[in-house]
Write a protein that binds this ligand. Structure first.
Ligand SMILES: [Zn+2]
Length: 426
């Protein structure tokens, strides 16, 4: 299928042909040489980066991810016991310094062991281990190396939001926007007022994706009580299917530099409401005059900071009113206890903040709103939004989506933002 509308640019297929034209090839990383008698410490997780080989007496352990001066896997150490558990402890020990830090709150005599990935966030007294002295802490680490590395939280990100929870068998319930025909270029460019639609090379089921995306965006307009033509954000927003990013677990994402949101073949489903919220956030920021170009590389999002400077008269056509309405939503989110605290806890497992950044808090709150509004229509569109009742996080203490009273309050604030948009459009 051919791309529709204005050329979006910067997709992988465009970059690939540029690279070929210049006669350049991506340099290949040299393969790691692992000796024949090596035994991997494990198949998954941190163990998969270590192997051991018989040593004169006992085992020598090597780390594949680190190289010695010859470019070979670095030797971590050896153990003469001949017990695999000791090799494990050796390997885990080599990771400890990278993963944990010891800290002592000012004026106290208590030492804490805290994962470095908590990114400087406050120490969680219940979950972090406390010791009366530095020596006690050191002893504990020496005896519990494997345990400590095993329980170090894995990194969490957008990729786990919709993967696994989208169920294509759950049928969409909603208005029949297509009435038996397929979605085409006119639907996106005219009805939704979008800038373009682009397809990646590896997307096969084009028509089905196109239909699903169109129905989802129409359902979205309906629950927002806004005209379908608002979806394209004044003809600025483009949509691409699988033509950006690098497959794998990467899923739906919004690219501010080109104002396009990308849906990948499988995992893009369920993420439309979330990505559209990012697009709206970015659109209002530009329209209110917080970014000097139409589409900037930095991606100035209203929720990430600039909302503080919003005034009624920012930008052309008083877009400041919309910015202020977004600020009200963010104020309600900031005042929420459970929603923002959960996000901060989830970020402790990461090296960079994600869950607790204002723009992600906003996008997830928007998902929750859309799911609740769909329910009032007795509608269901898993392609638009799914799992925003924390279905994928039943066993987890921290929940990424707002619940209860907080959720109702945030929903109300979003409803007011949309009402402001309505008046603005008149
Ligand atoms: Zn996001």
């Amino acid at each position: 299928m051919k791309d529709i509308g204005a050329k979006i640019g910067g997709a992988r297929k465009d970059l690939a042909s540029q690279r070929l034209a210049r006669g350049l090839r991506k340099p290949k990383a040299p393969a790691v040489v692992i000796p024949e008698d090596a035994v991997m410490l494990g198949k998954r997780g941190w163990r998969a980066r270590f192997y051991y080989v018989p040593y004169v007496t006992g085992f020598a352990c090597y780390d594949i991810k680190r190289k010695d001066w010859e470019g070979k896997p670095r030797r971590v150490g050896h153990t003469s016991s001949g017990v695999v558990a000791d090799v494990e402890a050796l390997a885990a020990g080599s990771l400890i310094n990278k993963s944990y830090r010891a800290c002592r709150p000012r004026g106290s005599q208590i030492y804490y062991l805290s994962p470095k990935k908590s990114g400087g966030l406050e120490v969680d007294m219940e979950n972090d281990r406390a010791f009366p002295s530095m020596n006690a802490l050191r002893d504990f680490v020496a005896n519990n190396r494997v345990l400590l590395i095993d329980e170090l939280p894995v990194s969490l990100g957008e990729s786990i939001l919709t993967v696994d929870r989208y169920n294509p068998k759950v049928e969409r319930v909603g208005q029949d926007w297509l009435q038996g025909r397929h979605a085409g270029s006119q639907d996106f460019l005219e009805t939704l007022d979008m800038r373009g639609v682009e397809f990646g090379k590896c997307i096969r089921d084009h028509q089905n994706l196109l239909d699903q995306a169109y129905l989802a965006l129409r359902d979205l307009a309906q629950v927002m009580q806004l005209p379908a033509s608002f979806i394209g954000l004044s003809g600025e927003l483009a949509i691409s299917f699988g033509s950006r990013g690098h497959g794998g677990k990467a899923m739906a994402s919004y690219f501010p530099s080109r104002a396009v949101f990308n849906l990948t073949k499988n995992s893009g489903a369920g993420a439309i409401a979330h990505e559209w919220a990012h697009a709206l956030d970015h659109h209002i920021a530009r329209a209110a005059g917080f970014a000097n170009s139409d589409r900037d590389d930095q991606g100035v999002f209203l929720t990430n900071g600039v909302v503080t400077y919003a005034s009624e008269h920012t930008g052309p056509d008083n877009f400041g009113k919309l910015a202020l309405a977004v600020r009200s939503v963010m104020n309600v989110i900031r005042a929420s206890k459970d929603y923002s605290k959960s996000a901060r806890l989830m970020d402790r497992a990461r090296s960079t903040k994600y869950w607790s950044t204002p723009r992600e808090l906003f996008a997830r709150a928007f998902e929750a709103f859309v799911e609740d509004e769909l329910a009032t229509y007795e509608g269901n569109n898993q392609f638009l939004v799914c799992g925003a009742h924390n279905e994928g996080f039943k066993d987890s203490v921290s929940k990424p989506y707002p619940v209860g009273d907080e959720r109702r309050q945030i929903n109300r604030a979003i409803r007011e933002l949309l009402a402001t948009i309505q008046t603005h459009l008149k």
